[in-house]
Design a protein. Structure first.
Length: 400
């Protein structure tokens, strides 16, 4: 049934966007691979994925693009089977709504239809929403395991073609335990976060450690491109504002235990990226991001490790600029001063890749386990000294 549905709607030369994270329809992707072998020149755009199929045999007719080198799509980037378009989230949304990046077909995983005939997008409401408004056809895999979530973005059954019903388990990203380095960085970050702040974090060990360091705060609001299981710890500790409508919004949720907490009336709602960067009156926006390396000018590289593209521009610059638009907001870069093995400094004289994710004018604060460098209103000599002072003392030669 599925193959016939896709065969009916897919054409040579089509530009196809695939939902990311929990929005990726793994059954439809497998079927698309089969159908694509009979077609030519199919352009695919796929974001963050935990689908192992991308590590396998990919039809030659597929020309794949992505905005990131993360997850399983990162393996395609690593072997030059996928090309990176260095979009920020705002740029990607603009490209879709303006027609600069036209999409013919959207493949998406959704929740079962509700009593009004609508499908929730579950814990994945992002740029695919814009693509779905303008595509020739939206083809969905209805997964019984996708939770309906609180969001204004829903697709009516009359707007989509249902190609598959599945019970595929949701992709999980179990939390890794933070190490002492991450905990020390997190304690420094926590010094800057007041009660009632709007918090933007990502996923991973450092974000989890920062959230843990904030469990004694009260009235925190959440605005995250991607939220993890750490959200539940903040809620359980009473740190999150549960009284204000829409106090907690994200575009994606990826984890393990977080999925069962989601519902149409839940505390965590979902919205496209443009909604997440709007300042909240009376709540300073603290955008807390990380990087692979930071140089003495305050420039950050969050994308290249040597000559390998392993990260993403994603929403970092969008959130930093949202922080600047917020009264008392802060654009914070937080990272351990050395790599996991403790052999390479992540504070460098010049970005080794030459690639800049966030410009020196985007960053307010740089934090490592050795302290806080506030580089606002500083000249280059001043910021060089401030940033060098938070580098690892054993690797500071050549920095100070």
């Amino acid at each position: 049934m599925t193959a016939s549905v896709l065969s009916e709607h897919l054409r040579s030369g089509d530009r196809i966007m695939i939902g990311q994270a929990t929005g990726e329809p793994q059954g439809l992707v497998a079927e698309m691979f089969d159908v694509a072998r009979q077609l030519t020149e199919i352009e695919i755009f796929c974001g963050y994925s935990l689908n192992a199929a991308w590590k396998g045999d990919i039809p030659a007719s597929l020309r794949i693009s992505t905005y990131c080198g993360l997850g399983t799509v990162g393996s395609l980037v690593g072997r030059s089977r996928a090309q990176v378009i260095p979009f920020s989230m705002s740029q990607l949304s603009t490209a879709l709504t303006s027609g600069k990046m036209p999409i013919d077909v959207v493949l998406l995983q959704v929740a079962p239809m509700d009593a009004e005939g609508y499908h929730s997008l579950g814990p994945a409401v992002d740029y695919v929403w814009e693509a779905a408004q303008n595509a020739r056809v939206v083809i969905v895999e209805v997964n019984d395991n996708i939770p309906a979530t609180r969001s204004d973005c829903r697709l009516h059954s009359s707007e989509v073609v249902m190609a598959l019903n599945s019970q595929t388990p949701l992709p999980e990203l179990p939390a890794e335990p933070a190490g002492e380095l991450q905990r020390r960085v997190a304690r420094e970050v926590a010094r800057l976060v007041p009660d009632g702040a709007t918090l933007q974090l990502g996923i991973g060990k450092l974000s989890a450690a920062i959230a843990h360091a904030l469990i004694d705060r009260r009235g925190l609001r959440i605005r995250c491109g991607m939220v993890g299981d750490w959200f539940l710890e903040l809620v359980a500790a009473g740190a999150v504002d549960e009284a204000t409508p829409d106090s907690c919004l994200a575009s994606l949720a990826v984890g393990s235990s977080i999925y069962s907490s989601l519902s149409p009336k839940g505390l965590l709602g979902f919205a496209p990226p443009a909604r997440l960067v709007q300042p909240i009156a009376g709540s300073p926006f603290l955008a807390i991001n990380s990087a692979i390396e930071v140089d003495l000018r305050g420039q950050a590289n969050a994308e290249y490790l040597g000559d390998r593209y392993v990260g993403a521009s994603s929403g970092q610059t969008d959130y930093f600029r949202a922080a600047h638009a917020s009264a008392n907001g802060l654009a914070i870069l937080a990272l351990p001063s050395v790599n996991e093995r403790g052999t390479i400094s992540r504070i460098v004289p010049y970005l080794t890749s030459g690639y800049v994710t966030s410009a020196q004018s985007d960053v307010d604060i740089i934090i490592t386990e050795h302290g806080i460098a506030d580089i606002r209103a500083t000249n280059f000599d001043q910021r060089r000294k401030l940033i060098a002072n938070i580098a690892d003392p054993q690797m500071g030669h050549g920095l100070r």
